[in-house]
Write a protein that binds this ligand. Structure first.
Ligand SMILES: Cc1cc2nc3c(=O)[nH]c(=O)nc-3n(C[C@H](O)[C@H](O)[C@H](O)COP(=O)(O)OP(=O)(O)OC[C@H]3O[C@@H](n4cnc5c(N)ncnc54)[C@H](O)[C@@H]3O)c2cc1C
Length: 285
């Protein structure tokens, strides 16, 4: 049954300080950014929060800034903003590719990176690139700020290392990773506007046919977005031969934990994950 909009309170704080003060008040305020996840729940009558605090007026959360060492993406920066940013496009193409393939244009104009992370879905398209790029999540609350590596941010299915009184203030991507070869794929029911059955992001440094460094991350194959460290370890310092590719695929199969759900099956997800890994490794030789 659809929700009655009159049951909800909406506030629009003018400053970050007043936003985090309200979140700390214990009155049950819940942040809303683009609303592309929350409004679907609201429309379906399944939104458990009645007090929404919009980040709409917090301009500092919508900015993207660049320093020598990092790109800082505000928690409420939209996909449209991200995919048009020249430094992100040049240095973090996997994130821009994910931004371009998240929903449709309306979604990309409203949906935010912070919302995608905080929604905590293992199918979130931004997650594999953020793992590959060693993102750091900056959290802010009434009691100050703290930084959590994205690799430690997902604690379990829909569980994050973030308290209800905290906001994702920014996502920091260390620079530069330009000498790496990168590869991203999203597999869904359709080529566009589909939630991922499997998503894949990878980057590697290869010299003389040997893998010097490699980062592999997948979405929708475990309760959390997964960095595949066992497969990475096997590939390090290894010449990329057909035998090595076959062994890497077996290792990947043993470290992912796909399930059957409404979008796909564990068997299909496993087969696709291995095929994409083989496709990527085939480009490195
Ligand atoms: C038609 C459609 C297609 C979609 N397609 C895709 C897709 O292809 N890939 C994909 O990954 N997702 C997809 N989504 C899901 C959604 O668009 C994304 O997850 C989006 O990034 C959510 O961002 P938002 O700003 O709209 O979040 P909101 O709906 O505003 O919030 C989502 C959650 O994040 C919390 N939150 C928001 N901002 C912050 C913050 N700064 N700090 C702390 N908590 C915060 C909210 O409290 C809420 O729990 C789709 C959704 C729709 C409706």
């Amino acid at each position: 049954m659809r929700s009655r909009i009159s049951e909800f309170d909406l506030v629009m704080p003018e400053s970050l300080d007043s936003a985090v003060a309200m979140l700390a008040s214990g009155e049950g305020w819940r942040p809303i950014a683009g609303g592309t996840d929350l409004m679907v729940l609201l429309n379906a009558g399944k939104l458990p929060y009645k007090k929404l605090l919009t980040l709409r007026k917090l301009d500092e959360l919508r900015q993207i800034s660049v320093t020598n060492n990092a790109v800082h993406i505000g928690g409420a920066a939209t996909y449209s903003h991200i995919q048009r940013h020249p430094v992100l496009e040049a240095e973090f193409p996997l994130l821009c590719q994910a931004a371009r393939s998240t929903g449709g244009i309306a979604n990309q104009n409203q949906g935010t990176l912070g919302g995608n992370i905080a929604n905590a879905s293992p199918a979130a398209d931004s997650a594999p690139p953020l793992l590959v790029y060693h993102a750091q999540i900056h959290l802010v609350s009434n009691s100050g700020t703290r930084k959590v590596p994205y690799t430690e941010f997902h604690l379990g299915y829909k569980q994050l290392a973030m308290r209800a009184d905290e906001l994702i203030q920014e996502i920091e991507l260390p620079r530069p990773v330009t000498t790496w070869r990168s590869y991203g794929r999203k597999v869904g029911t359709r080529r566009a506007q589909a939630i991922s059955k499997v998503s894949f992001a990878a980057a590697a440094r290869v010299e003389g046919g040997n893998v010097l460094d490699i980062r592999l991350a997948l979405g929708s194959v475990a309760p959390v977005p997964l960095r595949c460290t066992a497969t990475e370890r096997f590939l390090l310092q290894t010449p990329v031969t057909q035998a090595a590719i076959a062994h890497a695929c077996q290792t990947l199969e043993s470290e992912i934990r796909p399930i059957d759900d409404i979008r796909s099956t564990a068997v299909y997800r496993s087969a696709v994950a291995k095929n994409i890994l083989a496709e990527f490794l085939g480009t490195l030789g």
